[in-house]
Design a protein. Structure first.
Length: 82
């Protein structure tokens, strides 16, 4: 999959928030690792979740596990606010 392609994921609303958060954490870590390992600098990936939440990963920035976990929590909350 090329970095220029759109990635669309449809998660069912019946999933528990913890499962959604875990799924988003894996997605964000995978995208971040892909960005870090690219030879070309200056690549940015934006993930829009539920129309209310926008997450942006930049290849030139270092993210901690806590930051990625917080992004995953926000994404899960955008899908299932309860």
């Amino acid at each position: 999959m090329g970095i220029g392609e759109d990635l669309v994921i449809d998660l069912t609303t019946g999933l528990a928030v913890a499962a959604l958060e875990a799924a988003f954490l894996q997605l964000l870590r995978s995208v971040y690792n892909q960005l870090r390992n690219r030879r070309r600098a200056g690549v940015t990936v934006t993930v829009e979740v539920g129309g209310d939440c926008t997450l942006t990963l930049e290849s030139e920035r270092q993210y901690t596990r806590g930051e990625l976990t917080e992004m995953a929590r926000r994404a899960a909350a955008a899908i299932d606010p309860e």
